[in-house]
Design a protein around this ligand. Structure first.
Ligand SMILES: NC(=O)c1ccc[n+]([C@@H]2O[C@H](COP(=O)([O-])OP(=O)(O)OC[C@H]3O[C@@H](n4cnc5c(N)ncnc54)[C@H](OP(=O)(O)O)[C@@H]3O)[C@@H](O)[C@H]2O)c1
Length: 291
């Protein structure tokens, strides 16, 4: 039995990883490293076997206790933390000191292409320190539609982005988390591998809105804007500047890149096909119809 620390446990991916670990009857001890244990206990009340430990990337004093007795770490970079040297290097150093050599890191598809994105720096940090790793590199989350883009969909009936006609590969977080749980429980089988996790569909936002409109009672539209206009609109709405810049990078740059490659990793690991966008939209229809 291994002791597995899950960071980002209460977020989109982390909470689903925990659900899949217990659904597959993990034989390992799972510990959620969280900032607020009471809140986490409410979120995970269905899983009495889950253990908890205080953990805050922004408070290195929490690291030592959180890593005590741990064999393997699921590392997730919270979206607002980009300073790898400040928030992640000390953690990796302490893992080494404590002899914790197994890490599953949630990266992003294409991380290898850009040295400036934090995921690239984190992958290099992990490799350079000689840890045994599994990098999960998922494509664009379908759940962006039900999180960051949802307010505009519900309130304005539109998706506003500087994405032009760029195609994104769409992946369901459920599928990523399922792969995450499999590799966490079977680390040796996937050790030192990079797993690109994608869906089967490369679609632009025009195509997305049309698929949504085939399924929704209240239609939505896609408004393509230039990055400056996007910045102004979102700033006026009170979105933090850092977040606006990340949104621009994520949606504007793909206009100048090749379509994302499609992988078979999900099928290879689970024997099933990844979620289709149409099925995701049907599943989340209630959210999209609300105003
Ligand atoms: N969106 C995409 O299309 C996409 C695609 C590929 C990869 N990714 C990557 O996926 C990652 C985001 O995953 P996600 O959507 O699951 O994130 P998320 O839902 O925003 O969850 C973030 C998690 O991190 C925790 N957290 C935040 N600040 C923390 C801190 N200081 N110390 C400890 N924990 C902290 C949060 O806990 P609390 O409950 O305490 O807030 C939460 O559990 C990012 O690295 C992103 O780049 C995203």
């Amino acid at each position: 039995m291994s002791n597995i620390l899950i960071t980002g446990a209460t977020g989109n991916i982390g909470s689903e990883v925990i659900r899949y670990l217990f659904e597959q009857n993990t034989q390992n001890r799972i510990i959620a490293g969280v900032r607020n244990i009471d809140r986490a206990k409410r979120i995970f009340q269905k899983y009495p076997q889950l253990d908890y430990v205080p953990f805050d990337f922004e408070d290195p004093e929490t690291f030592d206790n959180a890593l005590t007795g741990i064999d393997r770490v699921f590392l997730l970079r919270p979206p607002h933390l980009s300073n790898v040297d400040k928030h992640f290097r000390p953690l990796i150093n302490l893992m080494l000191k404590k002899g914790i050599l197994e890490i599953v890191f949630l990266s992003v598809q294409g991380a290898e292409k850009s040295k400036v994105i934090p995921h690239n720096k984190m992958e290099r940090l992990i490799i350079e320190n000689g840890l045994n790793y599994i990098f999960l590199r998922p494509s664009y989350f379908m759940q962006n539609l039900t999180t960051t883009l949802l307010d505009d969909i519900q309130q304005k009936r539109e998706i506003i982005l500087p994405a032009g006609d760029a195609k994104f590969n769409w992946i369901d977080i459920d599928n990523i988390a399922e792969v995450g749980a499999i590799v966490l429980d079977n680390f040796q089988n996937y050790k030192n591998r990079i797993l690109e996790i994608t869906g089967k569909e490369n679609l632009n936002f025009k195509e997305i809105s049309s698929i949504m409109n085939n399924n929704l009672n209240h239609p939505i539209s896609y408004r393509n804007v230039n990055p400056l206009k996007f910045f102004r609109v979102k700033k006026r709405e009170g979105m933090p500047t850092g977040m606006i810049l990340v949104m621009i990078m994520l949606h504007f740059l793909p206009r100048f890149q090749k379509e994302p490659p499609i992988s078979n990793v999900y099928e290879q690991l689970t024997g099933r096909k990844p979620t289709k966008l149409e099925d995701f939209i049907e599943r989340e229809k209630g959210l999209f119809e609300k105003s």
